[in-house]
Design a protein around this ligand. Sequence first.
Ligand SMILES: *[C@@H]1O[C@H](CO)[C@@H](O)[C@H](O)[C@H]1NC(C)=O
Ligand SMILES: *[C@@H]1O[C@H](CO)[C@@H](O)[C@H](O)[C@H]1NC(C)=O
Length: 387
Amino acid sequence: MRLIQLACAAVLPPFVLALPSSERSHSSRSHNLAPRASLSFPIERVPSTRSATSLRKRQDLHSNARVNLHAVSITLGGQAVKLYLDTGSSNIWLIDTDFQCIDIDGHVISKDTCRFVDSGFDVRTAGGAKIDPSFFNTGYAGGEYMIGVGWTSDAEFNGVTIKDQIFGVVDRAHWAGDGYTSGLFGLGSLYTNQIYTNSSTVPVGDDSRVVFPNPVTEAWKQGLSNEYHTLALNRVPFDDEHDGVQPAGYLALGGVPDDIKVTGKSATVPLIKWTVGANGAYIDEQAWSAPDWKSTFTFPGSEDITQELVTPNMDTGASGIGLPTAVHNAYTPQIANTSCDGSGMPPLAWNVNGLDFYFDPLDLLNKQGSNDCYFQGYDAGATGAAL
Ligand SMILES: *[C@@H]1O[C@H](CO)[C@@H](O)[C@H](O)[C@H]1NC(C)=O
Ligand SMILES: *[C@@H]1O[C@H](CO)[C@@H](O)[C@H](O)[C@H]1NC(C)=O
């Protein structure tokens, strides 16, 4: 998900990049991977049609497209929930069981319209406590937004307990849900946390921002894991045999998950310490690392265009592939057709540190109907990119 307030790409938490090789590539390099993870949590993938057209502000978003939702299971305040895993935004939140679904203007509409799964966070019986006073308010690029309060309670991940995790509990939501999750698990930069220590009538700003690490960072701060974490995702093509819930890989804390084999080439990229927040907030003690590498794209004719070097936003919460304008403009006209077998797509690679990682042609497409596919690339701006 792309947060509304971000003009630039969200910065990721510490991240080790190990990409599978492509058959098209023959080069290899030695590489050092992070240590084996101390904790690994399964991720599920659910294909979902987010068809709530009326929620969309942006007309260029395909409203009936199938999205691959990644979900994690977590227990917050004693209540087990599934949350939408999103590396492209920062907040962790879930709905209050008594939440109201609202339209774009804030009018209450049928709860079903929001398409949350039929559970949430029951503030009457949950462990932990409300942060009082507090105000949670976030919004996403698709026009969705939510309003609620801040809450603190223990979080449990597969039996591992993280103390005093802060998250948002939503009482009003304008949301095009997936029918499977009841909230969102944001792993982006903590500089865009949007819980504030005051009531909703007081203007929000950095002075009143509650800066809260996500559970992954809390696990490290609480000595439960090393500082690395890895997201290892399976590729699940979109054919009809893959309807339903699929194992999608692991969120691994403290390194790389045990049973992930990196074959062929991989790229290791440096991290830098990152200190100044997107909104000017400076939180030295909590400074995070950011990926410090630049990449380009390779495709027929790419040598003829001038490419800005870009650091893509790695976003598990958004469909589509954001390409820099020059790349988008030169690549798109070469698409012969968007046949669902991928045969009409010219080769496209993401080049990292000089290594080409080719996209599978099927991953460049999204499916709206059994034989109805479209190119899921979009223009992400002169220096933008999102994968
Ligand atoms: C909250 O609002 C009250 C009333 O406007 C103000 O006096 C107080 O300083 C605010 N607190 C914070 C932490 O912003
Ligand atoms: C799509 O384009 C490819 C490459 O030109 C071609 O082989 C294929 O037959 C085309 N498919 C359709 C349905 O037009």
